[in-house]
Design a protein around this ligand. Structure first.
Ligand code: HEM
Ligand code: HEM
Length: 146
């Protein structure tokens, strides 16, 4: 159930890379001229999105690999449930809405799914540190009570 130091580093590095690449894509959009197709920023933005898609796959693989020990194990042990569940639901919704960006059920809905994906994505900026902080607090409390 306990994440070892290297597993913790790996999960956090990948999660922050997904968040950073998503936020960078949004930020580059503010400086992009929508009518100028020669703007080099456009191809950089595309590369950032490719990176995002690739690391998002890696994140899903890592989250799946953690599932039985970390999510299920800690859930059964009733540890850090609220933030763990919120983070897990957010990741599932991000994966689902990410998929609709590749295959929109209807072209008119793409912008709405994109907005949902971006709002959930930016929410991870708070959710991830919150989950880690609550985990540390819980660990300290247990150590004091031992
Ligand atoms: C129901 C779902 C979840 C529960 C109940 C849960 C519970 C916990 C608990 C109890 C800890 C502290 C473990 C310890 O003392 O070492 C922890 C830490 C952590 N969790 Fe989760 N978690 C859940 C989902 C997730 C997900 C989906 C991720 C990301 C993919 C994640 C990432 C982490 C990380 C990186 C830490 C390390 C924090 C640290 O040790 O400093 N968790 N979680
Ligand atoms: C489990 C986590 C995530 C998965 C599986 C995921 C997956 C995806 C996928 C598949 C795409 C479409 C890529 C393309 O069109 O080439 C995408 C786009 C995007 N993602 Fe994520 N993503 C995740 C988390 C995040 C996070 C944390 C953010 C942070 C803000 C974010 C922001 C974005 C943005 C801004 C786009 C472009 C939206 C658009 O094209 O309209 N994503 N994501």
């Amino acid at each position: 159930m306990h994440l070892g130091p290297s597993a913790r580093r790996q999960v956090l590095a990948v999660i922050w890379l997904v968040i950073l690449s998503g936020v960078l894509w949004i930020a580059l959009g503010w400086y992009l001229d929508a009518d100028d197709y020669t703007d080099p920023l456009r191809s950089w933005r595309h590369r950032v999105l490719v990176l995002h898609g690739v690391v998002a796959y890696v994140l899903l693989w890592i989250a799946g690999r953690l599932y039985s020990l970390h999510q299920q194990g800690n859930w059964r042990a009733q540890r850090n449930r609220a933030s763990g569940l919120t983070l897990s639901v957010a990741l599932v919704l991000l994966a689902g809405s990410g998929l609709t960006l590749y295959y929109p059920p209807h072209e008119d809905w793409r912008d709405a799914f994109s907005m949902l994906h971006q709002v959930l994505g930016v929410a991870l900026v708070l959710l991830v540190p919150l989950h880690v902080w609550l985990a540390r607090k819980d660990r300290q409390r247990r150590r004091v009570n031992q």
